[in-house]
Design a protein around this ligand. Structure first.
Ligand code: PLP
Length: 281
């Protein structure tokens, strides 16, 4: 298969990097994951815009324009004959240079590749469980940075507990999850953390806000507490790979009646219609 390297397509086995690479030595880079359904991108513009915002926030100059990247991403799917469900991973780092914390004067490194990814049908239908952990990340979580150690450690703990996600909280306030945004439903209203520097501004989160509005579902961007989370009627998380995923157990406590709730299912339905995919709600 072919991967996009800078602005060229190369065989995936021929793409290698020097060990003195800023992503490898400092985590000095940013990334994106874009969903592909039936061979077509979903929310591509939103992800490309966020990649450029993340890069700008950490002063990495991408060696191409948004238009050039857009065209290359299209070609990535056609070169690899992608017609099914998949994800595309994109990464930009500050480049390859002798190790020194301060910026080198080299071009940024960039690559993108596509990987098959079936939809999590059974989980979408039945819901999943989650654990609760303190949010130990830095203060700029709106940047989609390669520095993912706190996220990796939280997700591993979730896995060891047989859970799907780790819900993160700063003091009493719930922020988001290790790799998704989180929402509660109480008396028919959806609540989620506002788009501050404490969370990633999820592309699916942005779309869910629009879809809730179209369906006349009250949508409030206000942080909620751990106590409100545990007392919610419904809980769900969103991301490009999780879609609209019901959370039915948290730390061995059942949420609602332990099944995906009506508002969650309504939003799953709206998401499926928007992405032109099968509805498993
Ligand atoms: N929050 C975090 C920490 C993430 O890593 C992700 C995506 O992986 C999300 C939220 C959801 O973002 P998106 O909807 O753009 O996939």
């Amino acid at each position: 298969s072919y991967v996009l390297s800078q602005q060229e397509f190369v065989d995936r086995h021929s793409l290698t990097y020097p060990f003195e690479e800023r992503g490898l030595q400092f985590g000095d880079g940013v990334y994106e994951v874009i969903r592909v359904y039936n061979g077509d991108y979903y929310l591509k513009k939103e992800h490309v815009d966020r990649l450029f915002r993340s890069a700008e926030a950490v002063k990495i100059k991408l060696p191409f324009t948004k238009e050039e990247l857009d065209a290359n991403l299209r070609q990535l799917l056609s070169q690899n004959n992608v017609t099914d469900d998949a994800k595309v991973y994109l990464q930009a780092t500050r480049g390859s240079a002798t190790r020194d914390h301060a910026f080198p004067t080299v071009e940024a490194n960039f690559y993108a590749y596509v990987e098959d990814l079936p939809r999590p049908e059974d989980k979408l239908r039945n819901g999943v469980s989650a654990i609760l952990r303190p949010d130990e990340r830095w203060q700029n979580c709106y940047i989609k940075s390669l520095n993912l150690l706190p996220n990796v450690l939280a997700k591993q703990e979730a896995k060891e507990h047989g859970a799907y996600e780790a819900i993160l909280h700063r003091d009493e306030k719930v922020t988001e999850c290790s790799s998704s945004n989180i929402y509660i439903v109480k008396k028919g209203t959806v609540y989620t953390h506002p788009e501050t520097n404490q969370i990633l501004h999820g592309c699916v989160r942005g779309r869910i806000k629009q879809l809730a509005c179209q369906d006349n579902i009250p949508f409030v961007e206000a942080a909620f507490s751990v106590a409100q989370l545990m007392d919610a009627d419904e809980v769900f998380v969103t991301s490009s790979t999780s879609e609209v995923m019901p959370i039915v157990h948290i730390e061995d406590q059942r949420i609602g009646d332990g099944k995906p709730g009506p508002i969650t299912c309504k939003l799953q339905h709206a998401y499926a219609a928007d992405a032109k995919i099968a509805d498993y709600s």
